[in-house]
Design a protein around this ligand. Structure first.
Ligand code: PEP
Ligand code: MG
Length: 877
């Protein structure tokens, strides 16, 4: 007999039980304990969901029993009874994971209604119209969400009945009309399912809970989880809550509100509500709601009470709250509270304000901003000059800020296809639904005709930091014809438009964008992050422009300068090719001689852009054939320029081809075959440092990094070459210069023998791109083609090339750190693979004691914050 408790009444839980009860369940319990008016109910735990999947998608008898027990308790609390013909209990059934996943999973309202209960509800409320309206909503939702019947079938019937009586809005339908709708709905159900609509409320309830559990694994939830680093094995809880009705007439209503403005962060109550409506109408964006301020006029007492509770909740949770409420015939209820999703600007302002209001300290404030969100602030805004002349063709609600410019597409699939072809796309929809998530991910911006500031499109776009203009009634979208009309003009699929998510303006053309800056609240907040963090943040930069951008974003040095990118330049590619096809060392040295001044100039410029900060320069890494032409025509031209025969050159190129170039003649292996390459690069690095130090008075200590080492003798050999030339240059210059020679750890053998490698290395830098590639045996260039199959089959949940695989690759990294430090306890260690800018990987790097992470310039602020958060969560000396 199992003794695990899977079902909790609201009064049995509290806010600390989020992992078990989900965010929504834990907060409903907390509000219950605080004495806030919450319609009572119970939560089926996330553990029940995990068990459901373990049991082959079945709710065990034990869990069902616990549900029925809680149900009878709820009947006692509410004085209502499930299926009663006199005073029926109706409930909502809603998902609630540990972290909120807005709109990704399923909700069912009005559950418990059947042919008898609807009559009772009509009598009890003296409102037959309301009762049948609730019943028809329930049948539709249950059929769609639980049974998977296409909801359009129901919408068509509703439109048909409306058409017959000439009704414009749903609210024009009478009780009699709605009875007819219900009759027709039940016929659809029977036709689709081969049986009558279930009349037994307990059957309805178990089916609904089953559907919510199932929805944890629907494709859009899986995509959302991957985007937000939410593990698949958490499961969702299910909340069963007695219904209160916002659609019981003019003293009833329902709404969503935030304690601060989620777009700007301003301290003002911000929200929307609809009189005489149910929650789904607001959230789904079906009707465009009114400002919460109207509630003050409509129902002033409710408004005052609402403000007082909202304020209390914000102080209690020490964060901006996003609340759902319903007023049933003048009585206010809170249905939910949670930390509100907000734009990056708002997140920063709120975090800074909460500190100055004394609600949180700087450390806690760090946790109020999602590092990935900062990304949205680091992207361009519109060029002011171009904007001056741009004509606004429509205006909608400024739902999520930022500037977006792209070609319009009218469904998620088209948006995705064209984005994969490299186009910048803007998704235009009448309204979005959760199925649009993939289109929203790839879009530069989203434009919707319907829906308010809390509609699905707005909430999801803000969460992703994607620019969004919602509720733009100025445009007429024809999704079938794939065009929209605005200002008397037609915009077809593929036409350019631009969106300003901060003003709600839509422009009918492409507008140039400009680079951002870190200032104001952003600057203040980031300076606190820098005070707190222990992990340093460097950048991967190969050009002075990138380096300067990264410095603006707070980079403390360069962790990886890939020199090969410098060789593709038109002016030098010829010399590079000459070097590659050289027949002997003399010829090769001749070509390298030509490259030396250019390479020296590269480093001078990079050092200057970094203004004396640390710079790690990596020796040439890729396989040489990457620099050579492949087409006969180009080979012929090159042969002419080189003064050799076409046949000869083609033979040479053929001979450089490899079956598996990423595991071929690259990295330090090149310098072992051709030490003169390392010699030229080493000379350029040292000469440039001496020159810049002299000219600018800096004390640059160049860090020369040798790639793809797997054996200490490889490192020893190349290091000797570099050190000899460095010493010679320094001697001849009469200058003093410190420099370091270190290695990348990116071949598993290097990690395994890191104690040996450390004897020759003055620093390590983990190249987790190659280390991941070689540890998994996945080609980093091709894995994208099949990783989707792995996600579908639940073998992996995330891309190991983006988020460090801590169980496997991470173990190697950790081992190499320990081994390396056992040889040299002051060994400097960093990471410079793509993972250096991924927050969870930054947290890992902090935890294992690395000195720095290095990432692309645009991710530097993300890494700075992630490092501060890591220190707050897991303090290190
Ligand atoms: C790496 O392998 O992680 C790395 C930083 O080097 P590259 O991406 O240039 O191979
Ligand atoms: Mg590499």
């Amino acid at each position: 007999m199992e003794s695990i408790k899977y079902v909790y009444l609201f009064k049995e839980g509290n806010a600390t039980m989020r992992n078990l009860l989900g965010g929504k369940g834990a907060n409903l319990a907390e509000m219950t304990n605080l004495g806030i008016p919450v319609p009572q109910g119970f939560t089926v735990s996330t553990e029940a969901c995990v068990k459901y999947y373990k049991d082959g998608k079945a709710i065990s008898d034990n869990i069902k029993e616990q549900i029925y027990e809680a149900l009878s308790e709820l009947e006692k609390i509410t004085g209502k009874e499930f299926g009663s013909v006199e005073n029926p209990l109706l409930v909502s059934v809603r998902s609630g994971a540990r972290v909120s996943m807005p709109g990704m999973m399923d909700t069912i309202l009005n559950l418990g209604l059947n042919d008898q209960a609807v009559v009772a509800l009509g009598k009890l409320t003296d409102n037959e119209r309301f009762a049948y309206d609730s019943y028809r909503r329930f049948i539709q939702m249950f059929s769609d969400v639980v049974m998977g019947i296409d909801k359009r079938k129901f919408e068509d019937v509703l439109d048909e009945v409306k058409g017959e009586i000439g009704a414009k809005f749903d609210t024009d339908l009478t009780a009699g009309d709605l009875k007819e709708v219900v009759r027709k709905y039940k016929i659809i159900y029977k036709k689709e399912m081969g049986e009558d609509f279930p009349q037994e409320p307990k059957v309805q309830l178990i089916e609904a809970i089953d559907a919510v559990f199932r929805s944890w694994d629907n494709p859009r939830a899986i995509v959302y989880r991957r985007l937000n680093d939410i593990p698949g094995d958490w499961g969702t809880a299910v909340n069963i809550q007695s219904m209160v009705f916002g659609n019981m007439g003019q003293t009833s209503g329902t709404g969503v509100a935030f304690t601060r403005n989620p777009a700007t962060g301003d301290k003002e109550m911000f929200g929307e509500y609809l009189i005489n409506a149910q929650g789904e109408d607001v959230v789904a964006g079906i009707r465009t709601p009114q400002s919460i301020l109207r509630l003050k006029e409509d129902l002033p007492e409710c408004y005052e009470e609402f403000l007082a509770i909202a304020d209390r909740l914000e102080k209690h949770y020490r964060d901006m709250q996003d609340m759902e409420f319903t007023i049933e015939q003048g009585k206010l209820y809170f249905l939910q509270t949670r930390s509100g999703k907000r734009t990056a600007q708002a997140a920063l302002k709120i975090a800074v304000d909460l500190v100055s209001e004394g609600l949180v300290d700087k450390k806690e404030a760090m946790l109020k901003v999602d590092p990935k969100q900062l990304d949205t602030l680091l992207h361009p805004t519109f060029d002011k000059e171009e904007l001056k002349n741009a004509k606004v063709i429509a205006k909608g609600l400024p739902a999520s800020p930022g500037a977006a410019c792209g070609k319009v597409y009218f469904n998620a699939e088209d948006a995705k296809t064209h984005s994969e072809l490299g186009e910048k796309v803007v998704l235009v929809r009448a309204e979005t639904s959760p199925e649009d998530i993939e289109g929203m991910v790839v879009a530069e911006g989203i434009l919707t005709v319907r829906g308010g500031m809390t509609s699905h499109a707005a909430v999801v776009a803000r969460g992703m930091g994607r620019c969004c203009v919602a509720g733009c009634g100025d445009i007429k979208v024809n999704e079938k014809a794939k065009n929209f009309e605005a200002n008397g003009e037609i915009y077809n699929e593929g036409d350019y438009i631009s969106l300003d998510g901060s003003t709600g303006f839509v422009y009918g053309l492409a507008i140039k964008t400009v680079e951002p800056e870190i200032s104001g609240h952003f600057g203040t907040f980031m300076s606190w992050a820098d005070e707190i963090r222990k992990l340093k943040v460097r950048t991967n930069a190969d050009t002075p422009r990138d380096a300067a951008q990264a410095v603006k974003f707070g980079a403390e040095g360069i962790g990886l300068c890939r020199t090969e990118h410098m060789f593709f330049d038109e002016e030098r590619i010829f010399a590079v090719r000459e070097m590659i096809v050289a027949e002997n060392e003399d010829q090769r040295r001749g070509a390298l001689e030509k490259l030396l001044p250019m390479q020296r100039e590269d480093f001078v410029n990079i050092y200057e852009a970094m203004e004396g900060r640390a710079v790690t320069i990596r020796l040439l890494d890729p396989p040489l054939h990457e620099f050579l032409p492949t087409e006969d025509e180009d080979i012929e031209e090159l042969a002419k320029d080189l003064g050799i025969s076409f046949q000869n050159l083609r033979f040479k190129i053929e001979s450089l081809k490899e079956f598996n170039p990423m595991m071929g003649h690259r990295g330090c292996r090149l310098s072992i075959s051709y030490p003169e390459i390392a010699e030229m690069q080493g000379r350029a690095i040292i000469e440039a440092a001496i020159e810049v130090n002299k000219r600018k008075g800096y004390n640059i200590v160049p860090e020369i990094m040798i790639p793809l080492v797997g054996e200490v003798k490889e490192l020893g050999f190349v290091k000797n070459v570099v050190v000899s030339v460095a010493e010679e240059v320094i001697r001849n210059s009469n200058a003093e210069l410190d420099y370091k020679v270190g290695t990348m750890i990116e071949v598993p053998r290097a990690a395994l023998t890191a104690d040996e490698i450390a004897k020759e290395a003055e620093f390590f830098s983990f190249g987790t791109n190659d280390l991941t590639q070689m540890t998994f045996g996945f080609s980093r260039d091709d894995a994208g083609k099949f990783l989707n199959n792995y996600y579908d089959k639940k073998i992996y949940e995330f891309d190991p090339f983006q988020k460090l695989d801590q169980d496997g690759v991470g173990k190697l990294v950790e081992m190499a750190v320990k081994l390396g430090k056992s040889t040299k306890d002051d060994l400097k260690i960093g990471i410079c693979g793509e993972h250096g800018g991924d927050p969870s990987s930054v947290e890992f790097s902090h935890a294992i004691g690395l000195d720095y992470v290095s990432c692309s310039p645009y991710r530097v602020p993300v890494a700075r914050l992630a490092a501060a958060q890591a220190q707050v969560k897991n303090p290190r000396q």
